[in-house]
Design a protein around this ligand. Structure first.
Ligand code: GDP
Length: 198
């Protein structure tokens, strides 16, 4: 069996827990700070340019976007965090929406995908997000994006810094990724497909 990522379609964007999808299909939740390239990673997986909107205004209303893959699973685009110019009211809305998603009685998350920037030490907000995934009890994959921006000699130390900062065990997977060039795509698709039982 497999998941055909070419058959990925936008289902809906929600701002309220009443509208969460709870149909029993696996949900792969993607989180990351604003501008880390979350939309670009989703577009790369789907092999499309404009499935998720790249460069979307980081200040826009917090929303969870659902994409259905091959009729069998969801890619869940959680709202980005860490954008300095967002108002307190918007931050509070973000927190309420995320807490209700993570605490939903339906145990919505099958797999968490935390996207970080391979060039930088993960931020405090990345660590908080990482802990949310851990506490939810779901397996988690770290995607270290923007690999193309590093020289070859910089890659290994950068991966070590991310691993140490997030305190990853040897069993936890980090995928070096470039949404721009496509590196890491096959590995991530394989991991997502397995997690979804396909
Ligand atoms: P989001 O806010 O996390 O959804 O981030 P976007 O997908 O909108 O990407 C933010 C910016 O980073 C855009 O200008 C992208 O073109 C760029 N970007 C995303 N992924 C990569 C990557 O792997 N390599 C490079 N060089 N740029 C990237």
């Amino acid at each position: 069996m497999a998941l055909n990522f070419a058959k990925t379609e936008f289902v809906k964007g929600v701002t309220d827990r009443r509208d969460f999808v709870r149909d029993g299909l696996p949900q792969v939740a993607f989180a990351g700070r604003s501008n880390v390239g979350k939309s670009s990673v989703l577009n790369r997986l789907a092999g499309r340019k404009n499935l998720a909107y790249v460069g979307a205004s980081p200040g826009k209303t917090s929303q969870i976007n659902y994409f259905k893959v091959d009729g069998k699973a969801y890619l869940v685009d959680l709202p980005g965090y860490g954008y300095a110019k967002v108002s307190q009211a918007e931050k509070a809305r973000w927190a309420r929406l995320m807490e209700s998603y993570f605490q939903d009685e339906g145990q919505l998350i099958t797999l968490g995908v935390l996207i970080v920037d391979i060039r930088h030490k993960p931020t405090t907000n990345d660590l908080i997000m990482h802990n949310w995934f851990r506490e939810s009890g779901c397996p988690e994959i770290i995607v270290a994006n923007k690999l193309d921006k590093l020289k070859k000699s910089q890659v290994e130390p950068a991966i070590q810094l991310v691993r140490e900062t997030l305190e990853l065990t040897d069993a936890e997977v980090l995928v070096p990724f470039s949404a721009e060039k496509g590196e890491g795509k096959e590995q991530l698709i394989r991991l997502v497909t397995e997690a979804c039982g396909q």
